[in-house]
Design a protein around this ligand. Structure first.
Ligand SMILES: Cc1cc2nc3c(=O)[nH]c(=O)nc-3n(C[C@H](O)[C@H](O)[C@H](O)COP(=O)(O)OP(=O)(O)OC[C@H]3O[C@@H](n4cnc5c(N)ncnc54)[C@H](O)[C@@H]3O)c2cc1C
Length: 576
């Protein structure tokens, strides 16, 4: 029988914790069925009219404001013991309201890696959901002339998420300059990096609405146009503290009864779930809610007086993040407009003739790295499993030749130029855990940047590619002198150690935190199966960046929207 709303106003079929990037996809798709009732409990507020959000060229404006959690990492042992700011969005729409809006997916083999871990997900199956989410706005004639290209069969044009090229793209033949430069570097033009093969350079699309010149975030795409649905209720400024549980018999799995949350006044309230409680609070929060609800490593939970409910020691383990930085030059060209030109390079592009040697070094280091990862997890990680995960990653990098470096030339202006660079496939693993039973206490968050030596090599190789890029004609003619790091700091033929020292003092988090409730077998350190159900629970799921077992070389949201679209179908089917 259909559930009735609001005869029992605090009871819903589904409670979604976190109205962010993934959570709002679920809220939308589950509430498509008028017989299902859905509550979204979101810690932040609506940011519909917030100019720090809506501006399609305002990246960074929201940083440090009250919609940026700006979590702190622990001092990073392998990078001078400095801590990092870990940004995430506190708003309806989550981190999609403050992010860089890059819409780029993944390499096929990175999605096929889900299946290597036993999950029923492949590039081909997820492509349907990438397309279902996407509403690509075809480029205008001018945008096409400036380099916006795509292959129509890889895209969706009817989905709720508006994707398009920037309204004001950089002109002045800048794309021709880059084209000739990359040709000289041996890097081809890539007609469409969203088709699963990312190597090459291109003009990438954004999660923005070019006709309205607005950022497209998860709330604009999946919530506001549907907010009139009677079966969809939104609780803003409401922070979930923990899952509440049904009284349990010996024979049944623990079943969530609902959630306890604090409303804007700080009072604790409860919502009840007929069916599932779904955590979509992001990879730096969902594992903490599990722990505060008794799901995790019993040794950690007991330390804070929390009674263990489900023994799942890998909750919060496997934390992975990428690192990024900026290379600087002087410039004698003054351009305006958005430069969305990105180059993706694989292991051969970065290491050339040294690739074979690196392949063997990484291969032979894997057993020792697995030991180190187990030690850093406090003995929680399963060594055989970690070794297997590292082998899969090695194969993606060296056999499938996924792109490992991203280099983005910004439009030079006011005398200076810059090239942002990203190392995309780090091996290092850290963890995140509660430091108190109290939800307002900051968590222990350790991404463990540069724990493993490959990650240093990868970033050094990547920044050297940025330097090569700036020093290749014709771009070289417009970016005459390096200012950061500067040849006095890192000379032309500087060894890796010199580069590493500079990188470790200037890098920052790429904010692509993943894997803290990984989708893989429990024995391998997984927390959820491919139905997103938390192992050992009857009805608690996690649908957000926490579940990704490996990094993707694109940026996360494209894949998260697709994965959440798939999750909605899986959840509907489970309750059909
Ligand atoms: C600065 C920055 C730039 C980025 N740039 C890009 C980019 O250009 N392209 C790209 O694809 N990706 C980018 N990313 C990454 C990407 O945006 C995120 O990985 C993605 O949005 C995360 O989605 P999610 O569903 O996992 O979580 P989120 O979107 O973060 O959603 C989590 C939601 O849960 C809410 N929440 C948290 N705790 C609670 C609680 N206790 N109770 C209730 N609600 C709670 C939060 O307020 C939030 O709304 C960027 C990230 C950052 C931080």
């Amino acid at each position: 029988a259909p559930s009735q709303l609001p005869s029992y106003a605090n009871r819903y079929d589904f409670i979604i914790v976190g109205g962010g990037t993934s959570g709002l996809v679920l809220a939308n798709r589950l509430s498509e069925d008028p017989n299902l009732t859905v509550a979204v409990v979101e810690a932040g507020d609506s940011v519909f009219g917030n100019p720090n959000v809506t501006s399609s060229t305002g990246y960074g404006l929201a940083f440090g404001t009250d919609i940026d959690y700006a979590f702190q990492s622990t001092p990073q042992e392998h990078a001078g013991n400095k801590s990092q700011i870990l940004r995430a969005g506190k708003a309806l729409g989550g981190t999609s309201t403050i992010n860089g809006m890059v819409y780029l997916r993944a390499e096929t083999s990175q999605i096929d890696a889900f299946a290597k871990l036993g999950n029923n997900i492949s590039w081909d199956s997820l492509l349907l959901y990438y397309k279902k989410a996407e509403g690509l706005q075809r480029p205008t004639e001018i945008q096409s002339q400036l380099g916006a290209t795509y292959e129509a069969n890889q895209h969706g044009f009817e989905g709720p998420l508006t994707v398009g090229w920037p309204t004001e793209m950089v002109g002045n033949n800048f794309s021709q300059t880059l084209n000739t430069t990359y040709a000289a570097m041996g890097l081809p033009w890539n007609e469409d990096p969203n088709g699963g093969h990312m190597r090459g350079w291109n003009v990438y699309p954004q999660t923005s609405d070019p006709s309205a010149n607005l950022r497209e975030d998860a709330a604009r795409a999946y919530y506001f146009p549907f907010s009139g649905r009677a079966n969809l209720h939104l609780y803003l400024n409401s922070s979930v503290q923990r899952i509440t549980w049904e009284a349990q018999s010996n024979t049944t799995l623990p079943s969530a009864s609902g959630v306890a949350y604090k409303d804007a006044s700080g009072a604790e309230e409860q919502l009840l779930a007929n069916k599932d409680v779904i955590l979509s609070a992001g990879s730096l929060v969902s594992p903490l809610i599990l722990e505060r609800s008794g799901v995790g490593n019993p040794a950690i939970l007991k330390q804070f007086g929390i009674e263990p409910k489900i023994d799942l020691p890998n909750v919060g383990e496997n934390l992975q993040d990428q690192t990024t930085g900026s290379y600087g030059t002087t410039a004698n060209l003054n351009l305006t407009g958005t430069s969305d030109y990105v180059a993706y390079l694989n292991i051969h592009d970065i290491f050339g003739d040294d690739t074979e040697q690196l392949r063997e070094h990484v291969q032979s280091s894997i057993p020792a790295w697995a030991d180190e990862a187990v030690a850093d997890s406090g003995g929680t990680a399963n060594r055989t499993a970690i070794q297997q995960l590292f082998e899969i990653q090695h194969s993606m990098i060296f056999d499938d030749e996924v792109v490992i470096s991203e280099v983005l030339v910004k439009a030079p202006s006011e005398g200076s130029g810059s090239i942002s660079y990203w190392g995309l496939m780090p091996f290092s693993r850290g963890n995140i855990h509660i430091s108190s039973a109290n939800a307002s206490a900051p968590a222990y968050i350790n991404p463990n940047y540069f724990q493993l030596d490959y990650d240093v090599s990868q970033l050094v190789g990547t920044v050297k590619a940025a330097r090569r890029n700036a020093n290749t004609a014709p771009l070289k003619n417009f970016l005459p002198t390096e200012t950061s790091p500067g040849l006095d700091v890192v000379p032309a033929n500087a060894p890796k150690e010199v580069w590493a020292e500079w990188l470790k003092s200037t890098y920052r988090s790429n904010f692509h935190y993943i894997s803290t409730a990984a989708m893989m077998p429990k024995e391998m350190g997984g927390v959820v199966g491919d139905d997103h159900l938390v192992y050992g629970s009857a009805n608690v799921r996690v649908v957000d960046a926490s579940v990704l077992p490996f990094q993707v070389s694109g940026h996360l949201t494209a894949t998260l929207y697709a994965l959440a679209e798939r999750a909605a179908d899986v959840i509907k089917a489970a309750h059909a």
